[in-house]
Ligand binder design. Structure first.
Ligand SMILES: NC(=O)c1ccc[n+]([C@@H]2O[C@H](COP(=O)([O-])OP(=O)(O)OC[C@H]3O[C@@H](n4cnc5c(N)ncnc54)[C@H](OP(=O)(O)O)[C@@H]3O)[C@@H](O)[C@H]2O)c1
Length: 281
């Protein structure tokens, strides 16, 4: 099953859905005329059509899914029950359902669609907008290896993909789903730190951003352990070790461990409320 031969319906082409379309089209993985995208606002639909000539843009979810071999559910979780019941009569049991809905289990989705549907659940993050997403995927009871492969190809168009068991999707939400927020705070904090030392804010901001991007790229490209890379820039009695001692005295590591644990618990709590108030992702 390769992507090029698929017909894709994106139900709810908002931030996440649109980013996925962008990556797939830019990367040449799918032709726009093999994609159907839905949302309700007519002006936003027109803008989508202008950005991706040839793509079917419609507010009619049933029309979008009718001939689709893959259906991506990318509405807000609150809209999921309505959308699932709407598309249910038009989905075949061989249609692959890929969900980005935070908190909705593969079992709940298959049940709502009323059959033994292959469902792959994902948790992407917003850096997918610039093709640098981190996405975890997990397969439901009827998802086979070929379905997982297709879902992996989909999200590899916008970044990196990991397989995880479904019970760890809340942990993924706490780490990479919510993680960009932590890194934005880090960039902000480093910028303020530079300003405090007398740097122009714009200069401090560019230096902080590039430092985060550069360090992450070095870890990712070399595959070397971050502790080794850190040791290499930590000279005895030097500046980095002075700062590291300060960070450790405030429990930096414990702070992150506790923050991710709190986000994971919150994700689990919100998952139990899907279909009622809206989860935060
Ligand atoms: N943002 C994140 O960081 C993140 C990360 C991981 C997972 N997620 C998940 O991704 C999903 C989408 O999030 P998002 O940030 O992309 O939200 P979003 O920008 O609000 O996108 C949702 C889209 O759904 C459309 N929509 C709503 N009701 C619809 C309906 N009945 N039929 C068709 N389209 C409909 C909305 O467009 P109209 O208003 O024009 O209808 C909107 O474009 C959520 O389930 C969220 O849990 C988000």
């Amino acid at each position: 099953m390769t992507l090029a031969t698929q017909t894709l319906a994106i139900i709810g082409a908002g931030n996440i859905g649109r980013a996925l379309i962008g990556g797939l089209v830019r990367g040449g993985h799918l032709e726009p005329n093999n994609i159907r995208a839905t949302r309700r606002r007519p002006d936003a639909l027109s803008a989508l059509g202008e950005n991706f000539p040839g793509m079917v843009c419609t507010s009619d979810n049933t029309r979008a899914v009718r001939d689709a071999s893959i259906v991506v559910l990318a509405v807000k979780p609150l809209s999921a029950p309505h959308v699932l019941s709407e598309i249910r009569p038009h989905i075949g049991t061989d249609t692959l359902i890929v969900s980005v809905l935070a908190g909705l289990t593969t079992r709940a989705i298959a049940q709502a669609l009323g059959g033994e549907h292959p469902v792959v659940r994902s948790m992407p993050n917003t850096p997918m907008i610039v093709d640098q997403g981190a996405t975890a995927i997990t397969g439901g009871a009827f998802a086979r290896t070929r379905h997982m492969e297709v879902a992996r190809h989909l999200f590899e168009a916008v970044g990196k993909v990991e397989y995880v068991p479904e019970q760890l999707m809340d942990a993924v939400t706490g780490l990479s789903g919510s993680g960009p927020a932590y890194v934005y705070m880090l960039i902000e904090a480093l910028t303020d730190a530079g300003v405090k030392q007398g740097l122009q804010r714009t200069v401090a901001f560019r230096l902080a951003t590039q430092t985060v991007l550069g360090a992450a790229t070095l870890v990712s490209r070399t595959g070397r352990h971050p502790a080794i890379l850190r040791d290499e820039v930590t000279t005895p009695g030097g500046t980095a070790i002075a700062a590291i001692a300060e960070l450790e005295s405030h429990g930096l590591r414990t702070m992150f461990i506790n923050a991710v644990a709190t986000a994971t618990r919150r994700s689990a709590q919100l998952s139990g409320m899907v279909g009622r108030p809206e989860p935060a992702l």
